[in-house]
Design a binder for this molecule. Structure first.
Ligand SMILES: [Mn+2]
Length: 243
């Protein structure tokens, strides 16, 4: 008996929609990731922060994003990051989000919140960032109790390797990852793909979909397979998708 379903998640971050350098490229990369939901047969999409580049972006960029999430059709869970803070002036409360499709879920509680997707036997926890400082702890407040569902946590911040002694904003430490009561930790903030798993907790940065792969006409996304009958139950690969 196992109440967890076999499910597949796509994890990306740092899409930086509306960036000053090349907003069209950022938009194309997001669309390529959304296209990948069907081609990779994913059950949900996670975007771990810095979805938007800055708070000055026009409503048209927000409307584009909301439209793409509607096209995604599967649950799409968004964690605000340091470029798209969930503060008093957050862009996530602007008008285009009033028309958000029901599958779009923005983590908005700065003390942390769990969003349940019972059909997927999945709970997603995250803590919305309202300030990007050394005192903001992305993993603080994750509830220890579990309900038998998959628990995926999302966090936007800087992972400290053991030899990394510099104090950084929104720090994430190895012991915190190892002790986190979750099956997978979807990280954002770094532009590159990186495995920072600790102990029994699988933790990865996805990197931006517009990383080095863009030069080859592709974007990269993390494919997270959660399978209660597999060993290990959590496996992560980086897939390339056509732009
Ligand atoms: Mn960031």
């Amino acid at each position: 008996m196992n109440q967890r379903r076999k499910i597949r998640l796509l994890h990306t971050s740092d899409t930086h929609l509306g960036d000053d350098w090349n907003p069209a490229a950022a938009a194309r990369a997001l669309s390529a990731v959304v296209n990948g939901i069907r081609t990779l047969d994913a059950d949900a999409l996670l975007i771990a922060g810095d979805v938007f580049d800055n708070a000055r972006i026009p409503d048209s960029t927000l409307e584009f994003f909301v439209g793409e999430m509607a096209r995604a059709a599967v649950p799409a869970i968004i964690l605000p990051g340091n470029h798209d803070l969930y503060d008093a002036a957050t862009l996530y409360r602007r008008a285009p989000f009033e028309n958000a499709p029901p599958n779009l879920h923005v983590i908005s509680k700065t003390t942390g919140e769990t969003i349940a997707f019972n059909a997927l036997t999945l709970d997603v926890w995250g803590r919305a960032m309202d300030n990007h400082t050394p005192s903001f702890r992305p993993l603080a407040g994750m509830p220890p109790e579990r309900n038998g569902h998959w628990r995926v946590a999302m966090a936007h911040g800087h992972f400290h390797f053991p030899d990394d002694t510099e104090e950084r904003s929104s720090p994430i430490y190895g012991q915190q990852v190892a002790a986190a009561p979750c099956d997978y930790l979807a990280l954002g903030h770094w532009e590159r793909f990186e495995n920072v798993s600790q102990g029994r907790v699988t933790a990865y940065y996805s990197g931006s979909p517009m990383g080095a792969a863009t030069e080859r006409g592709q974007v990269a996304v993390n494919v997270v397979d959660l399978d209660p009958t597999a060993t290990p139950a959590v496996s992560v690969t980086q897939a390339q998708l056509p732009l």
